[in-house]
Ligand binder design. Structure first.
Ligand SMILES: [Fe+2]
Length: 217
């Protein structure tokens, strides 16, 4: 992924300096204060610069619709962006987007935890295959490298998501694929406001974008 070390290092240093100054002056809690946890994960000291370059939307909603976590959520997933499994079949998918407030401001450092079935519709309920979390970068962006989930009995293919930022309510929801209209229409949980924006990367992988809007706590 396209990191820009000199600039991002400068930004991080500046932010650290500012935070250190604030802490020293008034001993106040910063948004990334030590010991803070989001969905049970220790929040990072400072949001990184992922260099994803995702343009923010012009308008946001009051909050992304929540949906059931279903029976297969596992907490304490690995912190990682690449969920691909060597040797496993599946259509490559880049799942990316922004974590935003209702007025479209980024929520840097928010955690996003995802889980989905493998290409044949099976969940790993013993380990962490196709499960992982990461923290949004300074622009509120995230990006996972994974595969398109398969369908399993009674459900259209979907990705489960939990998100939480400093000062936001935890959000649990699911996102769906717009090119699976028939399967989506047969799924009673499916909602079309949770559709990914789907296209292809230059390398031919699927790319699905969804911007999650987090309600204040
Ligand atoms: Fe599911």
């Amino acid at each position: 992924m396209g990191y820009a070390p000199p600039m991002s290092e400068r930004c991080r240093s500046t932010r650290r300096t500012v935070l250190a100054g604030l802490a020293g002056a008034a001993a106040m809690a910063s948004p990334a204060s030590a010991g803070s946890t989001l969905l049970g994960y220790a929040a990072p000291e400072a949001a990184s610069d992922g260099g994803f370059g995702l343009a923010p939307p012009l308008a946001c909603t009051p909050g992304t619709r929540s949906q059931t976590a279903g029976p297969f959520y596992t907490p304490a997933t690995p912190r990682r962006a690449d969920l691909r499994e060597p040797g496993e079949a599946g259509e490559p998918l880049v799942f990316e987007g922004l974590l935003l407030t209702p007025d479209c401001r980024p929520v840097p450092g928010a955690v996003i935890d995802i889980w989905h079935s493998d290409g044949r519709g099976r969940y790993d309920n013993r380990g962490f295959r196709y499960r992982g979390h990461q923290f949004a970068d300074a622009a509120g962006a995230f990006r996972f490298l994974t595969i398109r989930p398969g369908r399993y009995t009674g459900r259209t293919p979907h990705i489960h998501v939990k998100v939480q930022g400093e000062g936001t309510r935890p959000l649990t929801t699911q996102v769906y694929f717009p090119d699976l209209g028939e399967a989506n229409a047969r799924d009673s949980i499916f909602r079309d406001d949770l559709l990914l924006r789907l296209d292809r990367t230059a390398a031919g992988a699927w790319r699905g974008r969804f911007d999650f809007v987090l309600r204040p706590a």
